[in-house]
Design a protein around this ligand. Structure first.
Ligand code: NAD
Length: 291
């Protein structure tokens, strides 16, 4: 790596939506000499190569990370720690390892103690995504005007942090630095809870459907808007629930309390209370669109 942002060899582990999109950015901006993909599925890796996302691929993680200057770990979040443990003995000194996992505290706690000396780990999470997955879903504009949160600790190398920050800025993102536990609480509120609600809402209507009421045929824009994220990868969301259990459970409890209070207002026919609730929510939601 020279003084400016350029990596001779980049390895992307998990060449899906997130890893593939960043690989496309690195390629398009000329920031990487060669990009090697490592993954589970031969078909997905072959697709990634055909689409020009990676130059080559291997299923052998040791071979994949050998001599790499930058390793991006973009596998499902439950697999991140195991993946980094497996590659750790094969990383060269000076290599920067970063991840894109949607949950940070558990990953950081598990990884930091096992990172070899001379190798730098910078935990990250791009706040960007779609409900699609795999290499075919990747596109380089994914990160433009989106936030990317990095969650360094007191042990994180400052130069490596700065380098990873520049990578995400090159992708068009605004980079924020935050404590991992704070990240997990905030994301539980604005990302994890909405996904739980979307899955539950769809299942509630699916139950009704099974009982014989064909409600789904009449679903219009509103139902489709609010349930779009229920099409997200079930594997990914199981992992997120497993890794951010406490914060998600706490958000669900908060949501249940809100729903109970809404139920009571409806039962009591308290139209003033309902109007206050709806007006408050509308104001907050409208202000989001203005931002
Ligand atoms: P994806 O399914 O599109 O890609 C993940 C890739 O990892 C797949 O190609 C899969 O085959 C591969 N993989 C799975 N297990 C593996 C293993 N053990 N070793 C090597 N490869 C493996 O998923 P994605 O949406 O790109 O998500 C990747 C990561 O990014 C996850 O940690 C997720 O939490 C995080 N993330 C996702 C989003 C989103 O909205 N999709 C947003 C931000 C961060």
């Amino acid at each position: 790596m020279g003084t400016d942002l350029h990596f001779k060899k980049v390895t992307v582990i998990g060449v899906g939506l997130i890893g593939g999109s960043l690989a496309l950015v690195l390629r398009r901006k000329g920031l990487a000499g060669t990009i090697v993909g490592v993954g589970r599925g031969e078909n997905n890796l072959e697709t990634a190569r055909r689409l020009g996302i990676i130059d080559s691929f291997t299923r052998d993680i040791a071979e994949g990370v050998k001599d790499s200057d930058l390793v991006l770990v973009a596998v499902p979040v439950l697999k991140i720690a195991g993946t980094i443990k497996e590659m750790a003995p094969h990383l060269k000194p000076g290599c920067i390892v970063t991840d894109a996992g949607s949950v940070k505290k558990a990953v950081v706690d598990e990884i930091e103690p096992i990172i070899p000396s001379g190798v730098h780990f910078v935990p990250g999470h791009p706040i960007a995504g779609t409900e699609h997955s795999g290499a075919e879903a990747a596109f380089p504009e994914l990160y433009i005007d989106r936030k990317c949160i990095l969650t360094p600790t007191s042990k994180t190398d400052k130069h490596a942090l700065e380098t990873v920050k520049k990578v995400w800025e090159a992708a068009g993102s605004k980079v924020m630095v935050m404590d991992a536990a704070v990240h997990d609480r905030i994301l539980a509120a604005v990302s994890h809870l909405p996904h739980m609600i979307a899955y539950t809402l769809v299942n509630t209507v699916a139950d009704m459907q099974e009982r014989g009421d064909d409600a789904l045929s009449y679903s219009a824009g509103g139902f489709k808007d609010i349930t779009r994220i229920a099409s997200s990868s079930p594997e990914m969301w199981c992992d997120i629930c497993a890794m951010n259990k406490e914060s998600i459970v706490s958000m669900i409890e908060g949501f249940q309390a809100r729903l109970e209070s809404l139920k009571k207002l409806i039962k009591d026919g308290d139209l003033t209370g309902l109007k206050d609730d709806f007006e408050r929510a509308k104001k907050v939601r409208d202000s989001l669109l203005e931002k």
